[in-house]
Design a binder for this molecule. Structure first.
Ligand code: FAD
Ligand code: SIN
Length: 518
């Protein structure tokens, strides 16, 4: 069965929705989302969105902080563009219905996080992402040109490869004609033809055992684009957030926002001593790569499974008002953050690399755009500055929308696309293989490709992964497709890319730290 849409959007997080709202006046928009429309990583964003709103902050200062954090590997032109547009995009988010906290004077109540030299993070209490998604979904729901298909899983994007032509990674002629999509109502993989496709599938934290990411973060878009021969880069730069709540019984891990350190919370060891000043003069507010590595080191020296974040010296009423979500969640676990220190541990949080894009969010495949966490725009370099992700997502979603809408008339549907070739016959009884293989990949990545790496660890990871890859490809070919099997395959693909690109980077840089060349 074939369907047609002008703009296909894969993902209903901030990047997908912001883009959809911008192109919707130019044609029919179809948003695919693999579970419920509101479920995305965006929904869990706590700290907020960085922007230059007014003095004493300036474009130059946020550019400088971003470049410093990225350890010389950011694309300066991209960083300047994103920061220069930050205010305009925030005003659009507000126009679309998002509410950011203000203080009594009526100006924004700006927060601060690690690596920022200024208070500049707009937020909605400690549930900024939920507020953004609420507003964008309400707006998208009332637009007559936008349809949202829930529980629809994009399996592959369609290129000339599916027409029987050979496609190579550096082939500038490769084109995207839409996507093959698993429809939950029919159980069939259907063909969705599109004139323009945006990949907005988010990150890949599920490649690791301990992660702040929701279970949807399985790197599907990056894996699909890689298999379609798009260029994918910088996957070795996996950001570990220093402070997730230590609670081994709960997965994914609950985030304790960095904004709480911006508010005055301090990292401490089990003796109640501060330790961050040994690693960086910015102490608990140093950039994330430094703080996560410091915590990892302290835990290895002491043998402890977690350290502490201390808020007990802060004004309890202000703490509860500004961080109600964290206060409530910790209280459920028996921790009163106004009186007790919070046990914390680093967790995989964000993938800085992804599908390589240009200044207009165009990938190396014609008519395929990427925005949000699945894209590698050049903004983050070797380490992302806190709260720059939501900002990058809206700026590049805007760029993609401008380019896609402006060139829509040059793109037509391809009538020769064949239906999905469904060979597999094995039904879902092999679920046990999927769950066990997933645990194995997460174990490999957490044990050998985490915060600290080495040539030997990476080689071991690569060898262990090869067997899982082969077994999963065999299962994939024989099976009736399910989202779980596709996700496992994508996670293995992501793990492969992280290991492969980490092995190529011989010297430590930002989030990629190797004992062989620190
Ligand atoms: P997402 O919001 O993850 O959306 C991806 C969408 O794609 C989902 O709808 C998903 O269902 C869909 N999808 C995926 N695969 C498929 C498929 N195969 N078929 C169909 N649909 C698919 N960044 C900040 O800047 N500030 C913060 O305060 C902040 N806090 C964070 C807190 C937490 C706990 C976490 C985990 C991250 C945080 N980040 C923050 C990072 C930021 O939230 C994410 O990078 C950003 O929200 C990603 O948005 P996105 O639109 O790219 O993807
Ligand atoms: C946080 O609130 O600490 C997360 C912010 C981010 O990932 O940018």
């Amino acid at each position: 069965m074939q369907k047609k849409t002008d703009f296909l959007v894969i993902g209903s997080g901030i990047a997908g929705l912001f883009y959809a709202l911008k192109v919707a006046d130019h044609g029919k928009v179809t948003i695919l989302t693999k579970t419920r429309r509101e479920e995305s990583t965006t929904r869990y964003a706590q700290g907020g969105i960085a922007a230059v709103m007014y003095p004493p902050d300036s474009v130059e200062r946020l550019v400088e902080d971003t470049l410093k954090c990225g350890r010389g590997l950011c694309d300066e032109q991209v960083v300047k563009m994103v920061v220069e547009e930050s205010r305009e995009r925030i005003e659009e988010l507000i126009f679309m219905g998002t509410s950011f906290d203000k203080n009594q004077q009526g100006t924004f109540n700006l927060g601060r996080e690690g690596g920022h030299s200024e208070y500049r993070v707009l937020h909605h209490k400690d549930n900024t992402g939920e507020e953004i998604i609420r507003a964008l979904l309400a707006k998208a729901g009332s637009h007559p040109n936008i349809e949202i298909l829930e529980n629809h899983f994009a399996v592959e994007i369609i290129t000339q490869h599916h027409l029987g032509e050979k496609v190579t990674r550096y082939d500038k002629k490769t084109q995207c004609f839409g996507a093959y999509v698993l429809n939950p109502d029919t159980g069939l993989v259907e063909t969705l033809l599109a004139r323009k496709t945006l990949m907005a599938t988010g990150g890949a934290g599920m490649a690791y055992f301990t992660t702040t990411n929701p279970v949807i973060a399985t790197g599907d878009g990056i894996a699909m684009a890689y298999r379609a021969k798009a260029q994918v880069e910088n996957m070795e730069f996996v950001q570990f957030h220093p402070t997730s709540l230590y609670d081994p019984a709960t997965r994914p891990s609950f985030l304790i926002t960095e904004a709480i350190r911006g508010f005055g919370a301090i990292l401490k060891n089990h003796k109640g001593e501060e330790f961050m000043h040994k690693y960086d003069k910015r102490g608990s507010l140093a950039p994330r790569d430094i703080v996560a590595r410091a915590i990892d080191n302290e835990m290895k020296i002491s043998g402890d499974d977690y350290l502490f974040l201390d808020c007990t010296h802060l004004d309890p009423e202000k703490l509860k008002t500004q961080f109600p979500n964290i206060y409530g969640r910790c209280l459920e676990k028996g921790i009163n953050i106004t009186r007790d220190m919070i046990p914390v541990v680093p967790a995989a949080h964000y993938v800085c690399g992804g599908i390589k894009t240009d200044l207009h969010a165009r990938t190396s495949i014609h008519n395929l755009y990427a925005a949000g966490e699945c894209a590698s725009t050049g903004m983050h370099g070797a380490n992302r500055l806190a709260s720059n992700s939501l900002l990058e997502a809206v700026v590049f979603a805007h760029k993609a929308a401008e380019d896609a809408a402006g060139s829509l008339n040059n793109s037509t549907f391809n009538p020769s696309v064949p239906d999905w070739n469904a060979d597999g016959t094995i039904l879902n009884e092999e679920m046990v293989l999927i769950t066990q293989s997933l645990k194995e990949v997460q174990g490999i990545m957490s044990n050998y490709v985490g915060i600290v790496r080495s040539n030997l660890r990476l080689e071991r990871a690569f060898n262990r992964l090869s067997l899982l890859y082969q077994e999963t490809e065999d299962l994939y070919i024989k099976s009736v497709l399910t989202p779980g099997l596709c996700e496992l395959r994508n996670i293995i693909n992501i793990a492969y890319l992280i290991i492969k690109q980490a092995r190529k980077r011989k010297k430590s840089a930002g989030l990629h730290y190797t004992l062989d060349n620190p």
